[in-house]
Structure formats: structure tokens, C-alpha cells
Ligand binder design. Structure first.
Ligand SMILES: [Zn+2]
Length: 459
């Protein structure tokens, strides 16, 4: 007994004697960002789908959830936020406030889950055309809460062990109804968990691609959609803080129209029901949990993040009119040359020369063929001779590759230039126009983002 205590004391002394900056450390924290719904005061306009969808209540809370990791003095913090999108202007405020409060440099990546049943933080879903749905006080509240979560996750960092796993394909394909050719899914779930020295989970982060819009356009209750069910199940199974980073959700990765069997009833979950959403979230949590249980620890001694700001020509007339009508509340200022600035980022975790995990931070809704490959040349395309952009995930080399969509900005759909189609005839001689371009900044987004990412990799 005596010697065991002595040994323990010695072990603690060694641990404390280790300089703070040494070794892999991690922390996690979350804050709720559920808005107050009071129908007699200011309405909460729900984002996604059509205009004037006013929230009538709250089904489950919305969150900002952060995982901080460090091997040296500069931590990187990955945060998922249950919102339709957050413009770079608000992300910059969070980064700046977190640096100020922590009194140190850090990298912060904020990725919106793209939940379609939360407040309009972009201004595009107000009561009617030309009227913003944005509530400045709510965006400020999101910035403040996100800053708190970033700061708390960094302050809570402790010595940790990292585990990486992959799962998903083909089980999850049933959760997606792809309504625009080509039918390409980036269906890999990449899961990351960090545990403390007593083997307790600090946090778990998964990266998967699908629109959190399972409740559909008729729902008026605030919810994090399938992501909320994932949080609940993942935290029940593993403890710690569950984080969700969405992926390449464009063209068109959506559960709307999918046939999903509810495992508890063995019948189809009714479209637009909460069971429909929960079935998705519970399944991805289960799969990721199982995969992580089989994962071996991964040693990391270096974390690097780099980011470039690129200027994309704004080709979308609707976006220009929205800016002129000040729907964005002063955000997304278009430059005099008609471009808009947006960040592209690259995260790398390695041990020596051995890269273990890479992540691309893409500022919008990437078409999955731009993530995993499979761009098609169809008759009817507006730029049939446009070169095919190199796909993002194959550009990376690590055994685990993540792609964070809606990361640090939301510029809308990012469509391969050779699939761009704003003018008849329509792709594949379709009788009607395909959905996508109306919510995209323009045809130059994809080639410019692919080129910017390739140059970040070469650095
Ligand atoms: Zn979308």
C-alpha cells in the first residue's frame, strides 16, 4: 500500500513536471444557442426552404460544440454549430474574441451543420423577398456562445490519447436521396475521439455529409435535426462532448425523399417525422461508436493549420440583390471588383513525417464529385470545355481524410464548372432546370477553391 502510494505520487510528480506544451492534449466544450421563441415578440424566421417560416416552438436544443487539440503552444479548435450557415464575418468575430480572452494565438474552424430548422443567421429567409430574416441580437449571441465554447475547450485541455476510425459506406447510402446527376455520395464517416489518461472520453467528432433537413419544409419547431439525435446517442454511448462536422452536402445530398426503415418498428419512418430524423442520427452514432471501439491509439506530435482567403467573382444576381437590400446586415461585403472573399483551409495532424489525419475546410456546400471524384460531362452544360477540377479528398494522402463543408463561411453550392447549367438546354436534356445554381456564388467557385486547396497542400 505504502509503495503503491509512493509510486502514484511519483507518477503525478512526473506528470506535473512535464512542461505544459509537451504531448498531445485535448479538451471539449459546448454551449446551447437555442433562441427564445416568443410569438408575441420578435418572430424567429427559420432558415432553409422558403421564406416566412416562423418558429412556433422548440423540439430540441441547438448547440455550438467544440473540440480543442494541441501538441505545442498553438491549439486548433474544431467547432460544429447547429445553424444553416455562418458568414466569415461572424467567424472572424469568434476567432478574434477567443484570441483576446485566451491571450494566446490559436486556430479556430467553425463549420455549420446546415440545420434547416434553426434561426436565419444569413438573412435570406425573412418574411418576404427583400426583407432580412436576420436578428442581429441572435447572431451576436451565437458569436458570444461560440467564443465561450472555444475558450472553455482550450482551457479544459489535458493530456489525451487520440483514436481515428472510419465507417459508413454502404449502410448510410439509404439516408440520402440524390436528386441531381451525377449520383455521387461521399459516404465515408470519419470518426475521431480523444480520451484522457483514465480512459474517459473527452470528446468525439464525426465528419459525414448530408443535409440536416429531415423534418422538411412544413416543420416549424426548432431542432438540430438528425444531428441532435447523433449528439444524444453518441454522448450516451461514449460520454464526453459529441461534435458534428458536415461534409460535401451539395448536388444533392439530402434525406428528403429517402426511404428510411425505423429499426424499432421495422417499418418505414414517416417522411418529415422526428423518427425519420432520429433514425439517421442514431445510426451514424452507433456506427461511429462501433468503429472507434476497434480503433488503436494514434500518436500525434504535430498539428498544423493553414488558410488562404480567395476572391471569387459573384455571378449570382440574387446574391447581389440580397447584398444591395442589406439582407446580410453588412456581412459579405462584395469588393469593388465584383468578388467576394472567402477562406479555404487545410488541417494536418502528424507524427514526424507520418501524416495521420488531414482535413479540408471548404466554405460552402461542395458537390460530392468535387470531394471524391466523378465529375461528369453532360450535354447541355454551359461550359462544356471547362477543365475538370481535381477532387479534394484524393489530393490528400493521410489514411484518414476529412472534408468540412460550410467551414468558416457559407457561399452556397460549389458546382463543378463543367456541370454548371444556368442556360437551356438543361443537363441530360432535362425538360426543366436543375436545382443548384440559384444558390451558388458562381461558376468560378469550384475551380478557384480546388486550386487554392492544392496550393495550401504544396506549402
Ligand atoms: Zn443546402
Amino acid at each position: 500500500m505504502q509503495s503503491k502510494t509512493a509510486a502514484l505520487t511519483l507518477a503525478l510528480a512526473v506528470a506535473w513536471a512535464t512542461p505544459l506544451a509537451a504531448g498531445f492534449r485535448a479538451g471539449a466544450a459546448y454551449r446551447a444557442i437555442t433562441p427564445e421563441v416568443n410569438l408575441s415578440t420578435a418572430p424567429v424566421y427559420l432558415a432553409g426552404f422558403g421564406q416566412n417560416r416562423v418558429a412556433t416552438g422548440v423540439h430540441d436544443p441547438l448547440f455550438v460544440r467544440c473540440l480543442a487539440m494541441a501538441t505545442g503552444k498553438k491549439p486548433v479548435v474544431l467547432c460544429g454549430v447547429d445553424l444553416i450557415g455562418l458568414f466569415v464575418d461572424d467567424v472572424d468575430k469568434i476567432r478574434q474574441a477567443a484570441r483576446q480572452q485566451l491571450g494566446r494565438d490559436l486556430d479556430v474552424i467553425i463549420s455549420s451543420t446546415h440545420a434547416h430548422e434553426g434561426p436565419d443567421t444569413m438573412g435570406l429567409w425573412g418574411p418576404k423577398t427583400g426583407v432580412s430574416g436576420l436578428n442581429e441580437a441572435y447572431n451576436q449571441f451565437v458569436v458570444q456562445r461560440a467564443t465561450e465554447a472555444v475558450v472553455a475547450s482550450v482551457r479544459g485541455m489535458k493530456r489525451a490519447q487520440l483514436y481515428l476510425a472510419r465507417t459508413g459506406f454502404p449502410d448510410l447510402k439509404a439516408f440520402i436521396n440524390d436528386t441531381r446527376p451525377p449520383v455521387v455520395n461521399d459516404q465515408e464517416v470519419i470518426a475521431l475521439t480523444v480520451k484522457d489518461r483514465r480512459d474517459r472520453t473527452i470528446g468525439t467528432l464525426i465528419n459525414w455529409a448530408n443535409h440536416p433537413e429531415a423534418l422538411g419544409s412544413k416543420n416549424t419547431l426548432i431542432t438540430a435535426d438528425y444531428v441532435g439525435a447523433y449528439y444524444r446517442v453518441m454522448e450516451t454511448l461514449r460520454g464526453g462532448v459529441a461534435v458534428f462536422m458536415n461534409g460535401a452536402v451539395g448536388g444533392m445530398q439530402s434525406p428528403l425523399g429517402a426511404k428510411i426503415t425505423d429499426p424499432t418498428t421495422r417499418e418505414l419512418a414517416p417522411a418529415g417525422s422526428f423518427r425519420f430524423a432520429e433514425t439517421i442520427g442514431e445510426r451514424i452514432a452507433d456506427l461511429a461508436h462501433d468503429a472507434l471501439n476497434n480503433a488503436k491509439p494514434t500518436k500525434i506530435d504535430r498539428i498544423e493549420y493553414s488558410e488562404a482567403r480567395i476572391r471569387i467573382p459573384v455571378g449570382n444576381e440574387g446574391f447581389k440583390q440580397a447584398a444591395q437590400a442589406n439582407l446580410y446586415g453588412g456581412r459579405k461585403a462584395f469588393r469593388p471588383d465584383g468578388t467576394s472573399e472567402t477562406p479555404v483551409g487545410y488541417l494536418r495532424l502528424s507524427r514526424g513525417a507520418d501524416v495521420k489525419l488531414e482535413a479540408a475546410c471548404i466554405p460552402g456546400e461542395l458537390y460530392p464529385e468535387l470531394s471524391v471524384g466523378g465529375v461528369q460531362k453532360y450535354p447541355g452544360a454551359d461550359f462544356p470545355d471547362a477543365p475538370v477540377e481535381p477532387a479534394i479528398k484524393p489530393m490528400m494522402k493521410a489514411p484518414f481524410r476529412m472534408l468540412f463543408g460550410l467551414a468558416n463561411d457559407e457561399i452556397g453550392y460549389i458546382i463543378p464548372k463543367s456541370e454548371w447549367d444556368e442556360r437551356a438546354p438543361w443537363l441530360q436534356n432535362s425538360a426543366k432546370r436543375w436545382y443548384g445554381e440559384v444558390n451558388s456564388i458562381g461558376p468560378e467557385a469550384a475551380p478557384m477553391i480546388a486550386a487554392a486547396f492544392a496550393s495550401l497542400l504544396r506549402r
